[in-house]
Design a protein. Structure first.
Length: 179
């Protein structure tokens, strides 16, 4: 799937979540937004509460699951490089979860949300269900944040864009639309 670069391309690919009066098209939401299961073993929390699913556009759910699997795998490699080899699978699973937590990669900060862009009237990529925010506490808008480069690389290889590269920097934000 080619990453859209304009608002019109985004609407053409994902449909229009808004009715003509600008309110949410509930039928579009029912038809397009799914609750994607987070890959088994990957810890995810929202304000301390365990998150089991993420609401996302149905076209991107398989891709986002793959991205989380790749983040898990890359984090596991980091753990092995830092801690050594020869431990049990369970030991590596636990250390990988600890490392994900240390990096803030288990902190879900939002996905599908029908709303306009901050300070504007055009719909946000969140309104299409094509964006996710990770670890907003340590990656607040307007700062460099601390999003690991390997995570940015994984998302970008899948056609997503990182808000940390924008003029109005937003390092917690990943979206499947280039601006």
């Amino acid at each position: 799937m080619k990453t859209p670069t304009t608002y019109a391309q985004t609407v053409a690919l994902f449909g229009n979540p808004a009715k003509s009066d600008g309110t949410l098209n509930k039928q579009w939401e029912r038809d397009n937004i799914v609750s994607m299961k987070i890959p088994a073993g990957y810890p995810m929390f929202y304000l301390g509460t365990k998150v089991r699913t993420i609401r996302i556009h149905k076209l991107l759910a398989p891709d986002l699951q793959q991205i989380f699997t790749e983040i898990w795998d890359a984090t596991r490699i980091i753990v092995k490089q830092e801690r050594g080899y020869g431990y049990s699978t369970a030991w590596y699973d636990n250390r990988t979860r600890e490392k994900l937590h240390d990096l803030g990669l288990d902190q879900f900060s939002g996905s599908y949300n029908f709303r306009p862009v901050r300070g504007g009237t055009q719909l946000s990529s969140h309104a299409f269900g094509i964006a996710i925010d990770i670890d907003a506490v340590h990656n607040p808008q307007g700062t460099k944040g601390r999003m690991p480069a390997f995570v940015v690389d994984i998302f970008e290889r899948h056609g997503w864009q990182w808000g940390g590269r924008w003029r109005r920097i937003d390092p917690q934000h990943m979206q499947f639309r280039k601006e």
